[in-house]
Design a protein around this ligand. Structure first.
Ligand SMILES: [Zn+2]
Length: 390
């Protein structure tokens, strides 16, 4: 009996290897897959036929022949199913529906005022439901939901701590899975953002990158050697809580002087409200004033840029990344932020890790986390190889 079990497992593994090759190399022939994988042509042929039957793969036209009969080419059926990616922000919930290659099919957004945990979760569920309802018919339907959260979660998808939402120990994965009976993956929004940038954004051809998400707080996602770095228990990347002031402001994390209290959108807006004695100021109006040439607004943003630069110096000296991508809502002030960031880096970071470094702002227009979250859901679907076999 044991041997049969092992053979089934080997078959499942081989089938997912074949599928992986078709996803990465399509259009590709059976012969080429055999050559790339080292599996026999007969094995590849059997597995491909099963993949065609399960509608994960389809045949198209004929490819170039190296002599003899021209081969049928295989394509991955990216419309075999769909995934939902969600970005749970402190005042807004965004969602996308993607196909199995992560291409966006639909988008949906809704605001929330963070009245209570239950009110946010019911808005979140309504947002996901709206997105799922827009999915076209497909063999596998919606295969998973990925949610990026502004905080720390554990392996079971409990939100342990999300200070800017005011959440502690919220069983979010369980709540959403109960509602939809679809697998749910919860992860930090900056981790998701880093993966989104790696797969679809400026990080595509980069092995070592750090994504810095700057909105009401600061989160970071670290990719080392192509992989998201999570640390021993999944809590790495909390660089918003780097201490940068000895006797600094008190942070909701329990420490004082944390980077995000000086360099986040919230810090910038709070400072402007205080200086101008005007509680209606927001990032949009600040950026508008700056683009009208108002010196006071420009100086406030530049000050935030200098604080951003100081934190980034620490990041650069620690990690020696090839690329730092800045995302989050702060991007709307990028033209005034970049010069002070670069000048702080030049003044303060070690010259060696700086030499091969590029700093860019995201080009994914607020979708880094959404794409990464959908990608987590898709990866989880393919990791459960039994869905492909059975
Ligand atoms: Zn803190």
């Amino acid at each position: 009996m044991k041997q049969t079990g092992d053979l089934n497992l080997v078959k499942k593994i081989n089938k997912s290897i074949v599928l992986e090759h078709i996803k990465d190399n399509a259009p590709v022939s059976r012969a080429k897959i055999a050559e790339l994988t080292g599996l026999t042509k007969a094995t590849v042929s059997t597995l491909v036929n099963e993949l065609i039957e399960s509608r994960m793969v389809y045949e198209i036209g004929t490819g170039a022949s190296s002599g003899g009969r021209k081969p049928m080419m295989l394509l991955f059926n990216q419309a075999a199913g769909y995934a939902v990616g969600v970005d749970l922000g402190v005042s807004q919930i965004s969602a996308v529906l993607t196909d199995l290659k992560g291409e966006i099919i639909e988008e949906y957004q809704t605001a929330h005022n963070n009245e209570s945990i239950d009110s946010v979760i019911s808005k979140l569920i309504a947002c996901i439901r709206e997105t799922i309802q827009r999915a076209p018919d497909s063999p596998y339907g919606v295969v998973g939901i990925g949610i990026g959260i502004p905080g720390i979660s554990d392996d079971q998808g409990n939100v342990l701590f999300a200070p800017n939402l005011g959440w502690q120990d919220v069983p979010l994965q369980q709540r959403v899975e109960q509602e939809f009976e679809i697998p749910v993956v919860i992860d930090n929004e900056a981790n998701a953002g880093a993966v989104g940038e790696k797969q679809f954004g400026s990080g595509k051809n980069v092995s070592h990158l750090i994504y810095v998400s700057i909105s009401s707080g600061i989160g970071t996602g670290v990719i080392i050697k192509e992989e998201l770095y999570r640390g021993v228990s999944g809590f790495s990347g909390e660089m918003g809580h780097l201490s940068i002031e000895l006797n600094g402001r008190a942070c909701r994390c329990g420490n004082v002087g944390c980077w995000e209290l000086y360099a986040s959108e919230q810090a910038l807006v709070d400072e402007a409200r205080k200086q101008w004695n005007d509680p209606s100021v927001d990032l949009k109006s600040l950026a508008q004033r700056a683009s009208n040439g108002e010196q006071g607004a420009i100086e406030l943003i530049q000050q935030t840029g200098r604080y951003l630069g100081i934190g980034l110096v620490n990041v650069i000296n620690c990690f020696n990344p090839e690329l730092i991508i800045i995302g989050g809502s702060i991007v709307s002030a990028k033209e005034w932020l970049l010069p002070p960031i670069l000048s702080m880096m030049k003044q303060r970071s070690l010259p060696f890790p700086r030499a091969q470094l590029s700093i860019v702002f995201t080009e994914l227009e607020g979708r880094s986390t959404l794409l990464g979250a959908a990608s987590f859901a898709i990866s989880r679907f393919f990791a459960s190889t039994k869905v492909i076999v059975e």
